[in-house]
Design a protein around this ligand. Sequence first.
Ligand SMILES: Nc1ncnc2c1ncn2[C@@H]1O[C@H](COP(=O)(O)OP(=O)(O)OP(=O)(O)O)[C@@H](O)[C@H]1O
Length: 657
Amino acid sequence: MPAHYSREDLLAQRQALPIYPVRQKLLEEMRKHQTLIVIGETGSGKTTQIPQYIFTHGMTENGTIAVTQPRRVAAITLATRVAQEMGAQLGTTVGYTVRFEDMSNFKTKIKFLTDGMLLREAMLDPLLKRYSVIILDEAHERTIHTDVLFSVVKTAQKRRAEQGNNKLKIVIMSATMDVDHFSLYFNKASVVYLEGRQFPIQVFHAKQTQEDYLFSSLVTLFQIHKDAPADHHILIFLTGQEEIEAFAKSARTIAKDLQGKYPNLKVCPLFANLPQNQQMEAFNNPPPNTRKVVLSTNIAETSVTIDGIRYVIDCGRVKARTHMPATGMDILRIQKIAQAQAWQRAGRAGRQAAGFCYRAYTLNDFEKMAPNPIPEIQRCSLTTVVLQLLALGVQDPLNFDFMDKPPTELIEGAMRELHLLGGIQSTEKPVLTEVGQQMAAFPLDPRFTKLILASKELGCTEEIVSIVALLSADSIMINATAQREQANNVRAKFASSEGDHMTLLNIFRAFRTAKQNRNWCFENFVNYRNLLYAVEVRKQLAELCERMNIPMKSCNPQTEPVRRCLLSGLFLSVAEYQREGHYLTLGSRQTVAIHPSSVLFHSKPSCIVFTELVQTGKRYVRQVTLIDQDWIEELPKDTLLQLRQTFRGTVSGPHRK
Ligand SMILES: Nc1ncnc2c1ncn2[C@@H]1O[C@H](COP(=O)(O)OP(=O)(O)OP(=O)(O)O)[C@@H](O)[C@H]1O
């Protein structure tokens, strides 16, 4: 954790928050109403204080307080902060649960968890009996999981009230949301507005539309750097890892040229794929006479407080997931943010003192932005959600009580995919098959669970479980731009001519042979923490396999079973090489290219299966393995038939070079 404050300091900080004077009133409202909507400016103290007020006023006698967050970084840093404020050891009274990592125990009374984790818990206990209060935070973000939770908690509350004991309180929180819409959905729930903010934030817009938002953000950064005191740190919102690394390089180069004239500059990237210890660097205080510049994706947009940030530079864009009905897959691409997101970003500047926000877009551009982001549920693949709904006992996902109903095609598409994967009996009557039930039990995308289930027959569970664990972890390759070539040369010994999945597996095996040694990772440009995380995930998946009678058989030294297995779960992600030099995805006929980071980038095999689709200028596929075209025809007849029907007959058989 960043700065260490004394108990007195922390208490003084808590008492200075805008929420503090109204805490009694807030508690009264909470006592009066079973559901409450709380709107308060960013930084007013909602997330850190309300759970503590509830706790100290005895509303947790019958259970724990759950506080959901859309992102794991927020869940972890908030739990750490609240534990600090309460003088508790993290993981005891205050804890957190994020996927594959549980820092809570049965005594935990305030539990921060990702919305996805609470949904998982609801699958085992739809009434969520363990909790007396559930706080759904950052509701305006409308992540898929939070949207499904809206209905899940509403139903749990109603049913628990009918049973007459152990009632459930629900609190919905945000700084910016469409209050009427939310209130109506929650049976005309009461709304509490928290007035005021602790520190003012001045917002500046670009005078003209900026063609190159990166360049203009860089110029703004150095203008601030020349004038502001060294301990006034800067947070810059960018869109993704590559952009952040390129920006970091330019910023460091300029800072070097300016050395001695101005404070030193410490550049800290912050993105989801960064190992956790490096993420935490952004939260630490730099040495004296050094300015910290955090370059972040939207993972720092809501809920988090980064010590010392006085300036925010907002590029106005975000990389977001959008579903492509044509391919049946989600794609990541850069798009403009919504006004609510712009306010959240600005809000990161005024948390410990007055702040400034520089927007790399004009006031007119801002006014043209949508007020709120489009809910994920209306634009992302719903395969996992539909599976979860069915596992929760929802009989007809098309008529589920969504706050905003997703397009029917998205739900139907999800049911088709589940049917293709063997998870439901038919799309008309979506009842989970045994395979579907097993899929719901694994905390994975159903396609990956399908791989594990298929590996049983192919005798390669040992390999597949490792690969799935590696894909669940953040990137294990260290690809700092400065050392990219050196890193690639050192790692060449692990490269498999059969593709990235086998390459990942080779690294994983070598890591284990090297007794999970940290130095070995350093020497080989691979990420120690992420590999350890994969080891942990693998352990948990192996336990699940054991429970489901899937023996951990290995096909080593053969690799064909592994590649065949990849095809069996990922048949919607197959692409074939075309004479023109690009790839076409099977069925949906989308043009894609192999990402330069892939070991198959130069070899251009005729048929590939991939695990990720990204759009940065071009449409790229990442994590690629070569397969034999004949294997496609060997897929179960039903699957092929449905594949063809799904894509209206465009799958006419293998398309050869
Ligand atoms: N990790 C931390 N380090 C230092 N100060 C913190 C930390 N977390 C919270 N704070 C302080 O507590 C204040 C309130 O934070 P809190 O997360 O409760 O606000 P919020 O109203 O939920 O805002 P948001 O909607 O932006 O999440 C912050 O503005 C900051 O001053």
